[in-house]
Design a protein around this ligand. Sequence first.
Ligand code: FES
Ligand code: FES
Length: 182
Amino acid sequence: MWVGSSGALGALPAAALAASVPVGAADDVPVTVRLTVNDVAQEARVDVRTSLLDYLRENLRLTGTKKGCDHGQCGACTVHVNGRRVNSCLSLVAMHEGDSITTIEGLGTPDRLHPLQAAFVAHDGLQCGYCTSGQIMSAAALLTEPCGRTDADVKEAMSGNICRCGAYSNIVAAIRQVRDAG
Ligand code: FES
Ligand code: FES
């Protein structure tokens, strides 16, 4: 609810208002974090509130990782941290001192696709492509997780990754191909 000058805040003295909305708080102080991104050592000097997602996209220009919801609901921002998948929009880069981060740019290259990238192409597992890097990063993590062999198991393990184009059946087929080959 918006509270205007005639509402509850309007009755507060100016000094109390200033105290309730700190300006230039300690949060504005940059922090230094050393981490590895796609096997390259990085030293990040960032606002302590910077998400891992924004650091990757805005500081390092690794824009393969996508911002969908920015609330941990769509999976478009999925990366690997020390080999495990995380939603980078929900993680502060300041928390990753010493960590190893892998993004879609570190998984394969246009000349040397990761098997999952090739399988997504072969099975037409993408339409607009916006969710695709997150889907592939989740799928790559799934290959190392104790996931059952059925399509239902794969769908459950991939349920944190939303595709607004509805490419789900082709995504599952791509993952199945890579798992069966492995
Ligand atoms: S952008 Fe991170 S889960 Fe949607
Ligand atoms: S391919 Fe368009 S959102 Fe998944």
